[in-house]
Design a protein around this ligand. Structure first.
Ligand SMILES: [Zn+2]
Length: 314
């Protein structure tokens, strides 16, 4: 058995996982981000202890612990260099959990883990060149190349969300201009629409959200676009065009067999992926996209947890 843990900015999900990739038991707690690293580390340790007892109270029954979290992880020193969600820099999570439990522990970027988990268990390892694209508030990426997770030289590669699509474009949270994330990340899209609502825009969108701007999400914006709202047509067409352009760039660069989409923006959208695919087909070199499959993720939240538990075998 193994333990997989997904440390997010709002919750920590942990599971006891069989060698065949079945989640036997799940546990979940709210992340105490504000209390800082030592507190979250202790939460993780307590979850591990709780799962130990599920595994028959013998640490020897647990082969490995895999932990996924957002951010940049130096795979040479296994230190989390920077995690904006968790407000961590240079934290030795692998070392601390190993010291506390005596079990081999591995720390992986969450989107890398999610992509690996989907590929291995959601898609049963089919295709050996696979791209995972996670679109939530921001955008993360994971790359499986020639049947292995690709991390780059330090371990921080695969940042698809921060490829530049327009050098003079919108400002991104990373400091660059015109990133894929700045165009297609959920929080950026919503804030562009909210700005216009604050300046007095009304229209079909206003009716759809019944004036409750606080709860506005990208699903509302797509819905308003589909019903002809002027502002949402302008905003959503831009999102589709840039997402399609990103897919085209990725396809021409890597010639993948499979692209797996996940994340809240994708889950809440009806036509986004199909519409972006048409843009990609119009722009890409035809050989680059011949046979390319574009699919939605199949495992939900379990992908990251399972990926974390198994990706260390890479
Ligand atoms: Zn960026």
């Amino acid at each position: 058995m193994r333990i997989g843990i997904d440390v997010g900015g709002t919750k920590i999900a942990a599971g006891l996982v069989s060698e065949s990739g079945r989640v036997i038991t799940r546990k979940k707690v709210k992340t105490e981000v504000r209390k800082g690293y030592p507190s979250v580390r202790d939460q993780i340790h307590r979850l591990v202890r709780a799962l130990f007892s599920e595994a028959g109270n013998r640490a020897g029954n647990i082969e490995r612990i895999g932990i996924a979290c957002a951010g940049q992880i130096d795979q040479r020193t296994h230190t989390i260099l920077f995690s904006p969600n968790l407000n961590w820099s240079n934290v030795p999570l692998k070392h601390d959990i190993e010291a506390a439990t005596g079990i081999e522990t591995f720390v992986e970027n969450d989107v890398n883990a999610g992509t690996y988990g989907e590929w291995k268990f959601g898609f049963h390892g089919e295709s050996s060149n696979v791209v995972g694209i996670f679109i939530g508030t921001g955008i993360g990426g994971g790359l499986i190349l020639n049947g292995r997770l690709f991390r780059g030289s330090l371990g921080v590669g695969g940042e698809l969300g921060h490829i530049t699509l327009n050098p003079h474009g919108y400002l991104c949270n990373c400091g660059n201009r015109g990133c894929f994330e700045a165009y297609c990340g959920g929080s950026y899209i919503v804030s562009r629409v909210k700005e216009r609502l604050a300046r007095g825009y009304r229209g079909k969108l206003w009716d759809i959200v019944e004036g409750r701007v606080d709860g506005l999400h990208t699903g509302h914006i797509e819905e308003a676009y589909l019903s002809g709202d002027d502002l949402c047509t302008e905003v959503w067409r831009e999102v589709v065009e840039y997402l399609g352009a990103a897919l085209q760039s990725i396809a021409n660069l890597l010639n993948p067999e499979l692209i797996i989409f996940s994340g809240g923006v994708v889950a809440g959208a009806k036509r986004l992926i199909d519409d972006a695919r048409l843009v990609m087909e119009r722009r890409a070199m035809q050989a680059s996209i011949a046979g390319l499959k574009i699919e939605r993720a199949r495992l939900g939240d379990d992908a990251t947890l399972l990926g974390a538990a198994f990706v260390m075998d890479e």
